[in-house]
Design a protein around this ligand. Structure first.
Ligand SMILES: Cc1ncc(COP(=O)(O)O)c(C=O)c1O
Length: 411
């Protein structure tokens, strides 16, 4: 997205602002789908990465199916008119109430369900649920990977999935209760650094599936494909060879079951690069040797730097090309010292009112935002066919207060 267009967006729609390049989004989706289709692997989009309705619709039009991790995500997808057969519900820690709600939402339709605990399995036979369709089991293979420990979802420190020690009990339970288990799933983590690590988890999953002797309909080897955030680390991740390797790893299972569908469920790599967060410099000040640049945003809008120390490229859109470069700490406006987007970062000398662009913010950006400090969320704008279009309006204080009872409190 050209800087001039981003400046136009922030002038028209206000600051701070998320902008998504839908052409980039769709071409990334097409390339990914093509790479995996060559190896007969279906791609589900992990909705949690960015659940803006227009993003979901665009990805749906490109032919993606969806991985939903909450009943709310399932409801959102169905409300958008997405066929239930393209929705996979894959949540951990699902309560009986949530299963009731899912059952009501889904009716008799064929949403695919993945179960990650014995307690979730037990909920399936509750009379209010009476889940009649086949299910898949999410397994913790003992192997995890990811850009941070907080997003590593395999191994003993991860809460996700059935541990392999519980697998026999789970399969026996399914047999006893006539719940058909026809799929296995495992997701090692988010932002996995190498194809080798990704495949290690897939290899373990295939080995478990072979040892169980089941004839499977689905094998989902998870998401977690990384995105290059531009911090010079590069990516050791070729999706084409990954897809080929998944196909060949699963070949013995396919021999056992010709029906077997291979699935992956990436989120980040589809949307991260298509989005930016634009914001405005509120103050520039010194503290000792440091120069602090505060902006009208923070971890309530983009939590990744705060949560994981994650890197995002940041540019000063307002600076003239010959503006001197300086080193600054770019910080948010929240009442926490950790509200920092970047430390000691090179930036064209900022002035109050300058517009900054935080790059690669399309994944786990707005999706993880909050109203901390009673701050409304930004608007979201799509760039489609060279046109800017508002796809979610900015929140107002009324939006924040909507759920509270505001009767006068008598002291
Ligand atoms: C089960 C599951 N699938 C898919 C994803 C998507 O991961 P990513 O956005 O890194 O591709 C996640 C996120 O951690 C997840 O928990």
């Amino acid at each position: 997205m050209h800087d001039a267009l981003l400046l136009e967006a922030i002038e028209r729609f206000g600051s701070p602002l998320y902008v998504y390049d839908f052409d980039a989004l769709c071409s990334t989706a097409r390339a990914l789908l093509a790479a995996f289709a060559r190896h007969d692997v279906q791609v589900l989009y992990a909705v949690k990465a960015n659940s803006n309705a227009r993003v979901l619709q665009a990805l749906h039009c490109e032919g993606l199916a969806f991985d939903a991790c909450s009943v709310g995500e399932v409801q959102l997808l169905l409300r958008l008119g997405i066929s239930p057969s393209r929705v996979h519900f894959n949540a951990d820690a699902v309560t009986l109430d949530e299963m009731r709600s899912l059952t009501r939402t889904v009716g008799g339709r064929d949403v695919e369900l993945t179960v990650g605990s014995l307690d979730h399995l037990r909920a399936l036979v509750h009379p209010d649920v009476a889940w009649a369709r086949p299910i898949a089991l999410r397994l913790n293979t003992g192997f995890g990977a990811g850009h941070s420990a907080a997003v590593t979802t395999g191994g003993e420190l991860s809460k996700f999935g059935l541990s392999l020690e519980d697998l026999d009990e789970a399969l026996a339970w399914c047999l006893h209760h006539q719940v058909r288990c026809t799929g296995f799933h495992s997701h090692a983590g988010s932002g996995i650094g190498s194809v080798r690590d990704y495949l290690e988890n897939a290899r373990r999953l295939v080995a478990v599936a072979l040892a169980c002797g089941l004839s499977l309909d689905t094998l989902n080897v998870g998401g977690g494909f990384p995105h290059d955030y531009g911090n010079g680390q590069g990516l050791d991740f070729d999706l084409d060879s990954l897809a080929a390797a998944v196909e060949s790893l699963a070949a013995p299972l396919r021999q056992r079951s010709a029906r077997l569908r291979l699935l992956v469920e990436p989120g980040r790599c589809l949307v991260a690069g298509a989005g930016v967060l634009l914001c405005t410099v509120a103050s520039v000040k010194r503290c000792g040797d440091r120069q602090y640049v505060s902006v009208d945003s923070g971890f309530h809008h983009l939590a990744r730097p705060f949560l994981y120390g994650a890197y995002h490229g940041i540019d000063n859109l307002s600076a003239s090309p010959d503006a001197p470069q300086t080193r600054v700490d770019i910080v948010g406006q929240l009442c926490q010292s950790g509200d920092v987007f970047a430390r000691d970062r090179g930036l064209a000398q900022p002035r109050v009112g300058d517009r900054l662009c935080i790059r690669d913010a399309g994944a786990y950006g707005y999706a993880m935002s909050s109203n901390y400090n009673a701050r409304p969320r930004p608007a979201e704008v799509a760039l489609m066919n060279d046109q800017l279009q508002l796809i979610r309006r900015r929140e107002t204080l009324d939006d924040l207060l909507r759920l509270q009872t505001l009767e006068k409190h008598t002291c």
